[in-house]
Design a protein around this ligand. Structure first.
Ligand SMILES: [Zn+2]
Ligand SMILES: [Zn+2]
Length: 101
């Protein structure tokens, strides 16, 4: 924040900006506070999203055991790096597990 009167750098003090050179005062805008709080909110949301991903996404796929059409899935990395990952499915209804080759 720079002083609108003389252009010097202003110091924050008790909810306002004070110019050390000419003594001008300016209210600290609400938006300054908003930016700080909204950044913190975004960090929280990102943590929540990561948690949801780790609890496995669902997909529309037919269970070979009970014919239910929805299952959790995750990718399992095979040992060899040049081989594709395997999808592991788990039926949301009967808990049957199978994999897609
Ligand atoms: Zn000033
Ligand atoms: Zn099933």
């Amino acid at each position: 924040m720079f002083c609108p009167e003389c252009g010097a750098l202003m110091k924050p003090s008790e909810g306002r900006w004070i110019c050390k050179r000419c003594g001008a005062e300016k209210e600290r805008s609400e938006s300054d506070q908003d930016k700080i709080t909204s950044q913190k909110e975004e960090e929280k949301e990102m943590v929540v999203i990561e948690k949801e991903v780790s609890t496995q996404p669902k997909t529309k796929v037919r269970c070979p055991k009970c014919d239910h059409n929805e299952a959790y899935w995750r990718l399992e990395q095979t040992r060899a790096a040049d081989e594709p990952e395997t999808r592991i499915y788990r039926c949301t209804k009967c808990d049957h597990r199978w994999r897609e080759y």
